[in-house]
Design a protein. Sequence first.
Length: 454
Amino acid sequence: MGKYTDIYFIGIGGIGMSAIARYFKFKGYNVSGYDRTPSELTGELEAEGIAVHYDDDPSMIPGDAAGTLVIYTPAIPHDMGELRYVMEHGYKVLKRSRILGEITQGQRCLAVAGTHGKTTTSTLLAHIFESSGEGCSAFLGGISKNYGSNLLTSANDVVVAEADEFDRSFLQLHPEIAVITAMDADHLDIYSDLAHVKDAFKAFASQVSGTVIKKYGLDIGAGDTGAAVLTYAYDDVRADFHAKNIRKDGCGYFRFDLAYPDGLIEDCTSGVPGWVNVENGIAAAAIALTYGLAPEKIRGALATFSGVKRRFDIHYNRPGHAYIDDYAHHPAEIAAAVSSIRDIFPDRRLTAVFQPHLYTRTRDFAADFAAALDKADRLILLDIYPAREEPIPGITSDIIFDRVRNAGKILISREELMDTLEKEDIDILATFGAGNIDRYTDAITEMMERRYGK
């Protein structure tokens, strides 16, 4: 990297891209980039001294091709003007996944992979290392509420990385220890079917040098990797790492004992509510214990973890009314989130707002989305957020809506959301989706406070 003075990002506002941009800014490079639209995250980057523009304009790219490294996200269309320009004018151009692989090369990489659960688990793992005093650098797929960032930096050689399966990006990583949380069918525009998803995860496991820690029951075994293979679970005693003596308080927070191969960490507390976060905590603790961190340090970190923005993020919780925002954009994630909500708030009326993400994912999982959303009492379904995709004929939110059996369902545009919510009788409200539905969290929270009290 020594020959470059400028690092230019195409798609700088993405959660993974922005972490790497912050890393290179921290390292002293001139960092700038393009994104399609302003966001809270791009605003933060600009406040940190990173120049961001929002027009596809090659003149904004640093002119010294030999001294500029260009990093792009595969979410950018191949015919985008700036991307075409750097490809044709002698710039060194790398995908985000490639540069993350190069950053972690030669360091002690601790990776968290899985079709869901990886962001919370990797952020909690980074918090365990940071709060224990060991420290780490961390590239996260969400904003840590403990640190207000998706990047942590450290002088040591430990790197926590969220290993993203999209575009097979995680195959650029060669971790020392890795957790695999789930291997569900997803990104079928890339993989075509579940068998190819599993093949990619097995290829990832084969690149782990020390220990693979998989969720109990996943189809990965000793024949798929030269690393040791251990297992974790929420409360399945057959797993190497699991919770025992589980107790829940009235607000959904859990206390438990964490069983592991060498003993028991008694009286752990989950810093964020919901049984799924106990499971995520066990996965993160499993890596930390395998690495060699002291059990008492892990116990303390679990209790002080504040969570991740947009991951089971409780914005309002007063007697009789609550509002939760969650990034869930896969049927399995929605089902898990609804299960946790039901566990925390039993016998309450749940209104779910869902913004589907991607035409391909909507097409591939319409029936599964409908089944997961049917577990809510009331459904407000929005139009599809296209992200990187062009429309697919015949694929709209209607193909989910028509499969939902619950009579308490409506289909509206995103622009109608706030007016619709104003007329709703809200007990428990949850917003789900990986698109731009998060732009409404502040307005919804303010509405809840105005209607039901601060």
